[in-house]
Write a protein that binds this ligand. Structure first.
Ligand code: GLC
Ligand code: CA
Length: 554
């Protein structure tokens, strides 16, 4: 395998709106990020992925872009962005922007021009169909609920939006649109970006010609997935994009890829793949129900293990997954993957170690390094996220009471990850001097950066140790490139695996509160990571304490 500059890196996702507010308007901003670069450098991360901060009406929190060449004034200016790239560079850090090109905003100039002249150049930038009374062009349900078709203002046409109606889909079949996308990517790469995280990319290829699919809920609509499963040929677009943009710059690209076909994995992330890497969502999607969030099953420890190992086996040594515990679209990982009532410092560290030591690129989402947890919503009015609001309605329609529906959707709300970063025990968790745009998680008085910075036993200090191990010249080769082999796979509530390279490492997590014993296959040479001060061993048998996590050199 050809070595790449990004293979040994550790990435960190910033959700700008909730990271740090520098001017008291309650909204995080780019100068706020710049002021925290030293914090991030101290943690040891190298690649920073910024969720969108382009000009946007923020209907979907910036994933609806009205100008790809401008920074939204709420987040700062283009000068701030240039300064961020330069300041990051000084610290050997790379900035990734979010590339949102399945759709733009209905406030983008292209869309305005399409409304003015649907038969003209910009009409063909979108998917437009003639409007027929009492009938939609297709029966697809959008990700955020309701039909994917909306009237094109001032015309007798309708446009397609697989997400929100303020996010019209761009027509990738049109070479002129693709040129515009490549031009924009290169413009940003010329500024010195490290690369991009690529949003919702599997949606760019539609199954043509459009047709109806089997309805799967009482609304008579059919999940958008049904159409997407049938689409083929996305590789032509993705290969062209790679060649015209990322490849020329040796940029890092990580795709938000769902539902790739197993035989296509080498095309996606093998040598000369469309992307450098793609996220592992195997754990994320586990337990999902086609009925909605209210019907989703919890992820138990054995499920978590199975999902991770399955994803690892699928990729093998073809390329590198990007491993996440959470992101801005998910609830907090510690609340999701640790059984209810068992979230504690030890279990948070165990989850960190098990995920971090997997083969692939570790991504940390802001606040994950502190063990930030899901928040509490006392009313649906406290929810901002459009996806949660839709799922709440779905739950009510299914017959849940408002209290039940709130409880059900709270577990999965994207706002759990979007509450402000907890910097201190001071007002608003030290995130802003003003009123935060989204309520701070009330547990900020105990979970915050200030409290954890100098505490050697904090979750943050544990993440620092994991990052340091990945960078340790003695172990780096094995941690980055070593193969992964599960051990004791059938043992209940135990997740363990080898990482085999020029060294041999054994990663073990006792995924429960009760102690459990394991007989080591060979004596260990060294304890590299341990979330307890000690390790009980007797004649080659380890007695693991509740949620004990270890990385041993064998
Ligand atoms: C991706 C983003 C999500 C957004 C959606 C539409 O899934 O991560 O936040 O809502 O795409 O752009
Ligand atoms: Ca601000």
């Amino acid at each position: 395998m050809t070595k790449k500059w990004w293979h040994d890196k550790v990435a960190y996702q910033i959700y700008p709106k909730s990271f740090y507010d520098s001017n008291g308007d309650g909204i995080g901003d780019i100068p706020g990020i710049i002021s925290k670069l030293d914090y991030l450098q101290d943690l040891g991360v190298d690649i920073l992925w910024l969720s969108p901060c382009y000009q946007s009406p923020l209907a979907d929190q910036g994933y609806d872009i009205s100008d790809y060449y401008a920074i939204d004034p709420r987040f700062g200016t283009m000068e701030d962005m240039d300064r961020l790239i330069a300041e990051a560079k000084k610290r050997n850090m790379y900035i990734l922007m979010d590339l949102v090109v399945n759709h733009c905003s209905d406030e983008h100039e292209w869309f305005r021009k399409a409304c003015e002249d649907p038969e003209g150049k910009y009409g063909n930038f979108f998917y437009l169909r003639d409007k027929k009374e009492g009938e939609l062009p297709t029966n697809w349900r959008s990700y955020f609920g309701g039909p994917v078709w909306e009237d094109l203002p001032g015309t007798n046409k309708q446009y397609l939006h697989v997400f929100h109606k303020k996010q019209p889909d761009l027509n990738w079949e049109n070479p002129e649109l693709r040129e515009e996308v490549y031009k924009n990517i290169n413009w940003w790469l010329d500024k010195g970006l490290g690369g991009f995280r690529i949003d919702a990319i599997m949606n760019i290829k539609k199954a043509l010609p459009f047709r109806d699919y089997e309805p799967d809920r009482e609304d008579g609509l059919s999940s958008i997935q049904n159409m997407l499963h049938e689409a083929s040929g996305i590789g032509e677009f993705l290969g062209e994009m790679r060649d015209r943009t990322f490849k020329k710059y040796d940029a890092f690209s990580v795709g938000e890829v769902f539902d790739e076909k197993p035989e296509e994995i080498p095309d996606f992330i093998g040598e000369n793949g469309y992307f450098s890497s793609m996220f592992d969502f195997n754990e994320t999607i586990f337990g999902q129900s086609s009925k909605g969030w209210y019907d989703a099953a919890p992820v138990m420890p054995d499920d978590y293990k199975k999902c991770c190992f399955e994803a690892q086996a699928r990729i093998g040594s073809i390329g590198f997954l990007s491993n996440i515990i959470e992101n801005h679209d998910e609830s907090r990982g510690v609340s999701r993957y640790i059984p209810e009532g068992e979230c504690c410092i030890e279990s948070k560290k165990m989850l960190a170690a098990l995920n971090f030591m997997l083969r692939g690129l570790p991504f940390i989402y802001q606040g994950q390094e502190l063990g930030m947890e899901n928040t509490v919503f006392s009313s649906i009015d406290e929810v901002d996220d459009i996806s949660t609001l839709d799922e709440y309605r779905v739950a009510l329609d299914a017959g849940l009471t408002p209290a039940q529906a709130l409880k059900a959707v709270s577990r999965f709300s994207r706002d759990n990850a979007r509450t402000p970063m907890q910097w201190s025990a001071g007002a608003n968790a030290g995130f802003t001097d003003g009123t935060p745009w989204l309520k701070v998680n009330p547990n900020y008085t105990s979970i915050n950066v200030e409290a954890q910075m100098d505490d050697p036993d904090s979750v943050r200090s544990f993440y620092k140790k994991l990052i340091a191990l990945r960078k340790d010249p003695v172990y780096k080769e094995t941690v980055v490139y070593g193969s992964l082999e599960p051990v004791w796979e059938e043992r209940h509530n135990l997740m363990a695996y080898y990482r085999k390279g020029d060294k041999m490492l054994l990663v073990i997590g006792n995924y429960q509160t009760d102690a459990q014993e394991i007989a080591l296959p060979a004596a260990y040479k060294k304890v590299l990571i341990n979330n307890y001060p000690d390790l009980e061993e007797c004649g080659g048998v380890l007695r693991l304490k509740g949620y004990q996590a270890l990385v041993l050199e064998i």
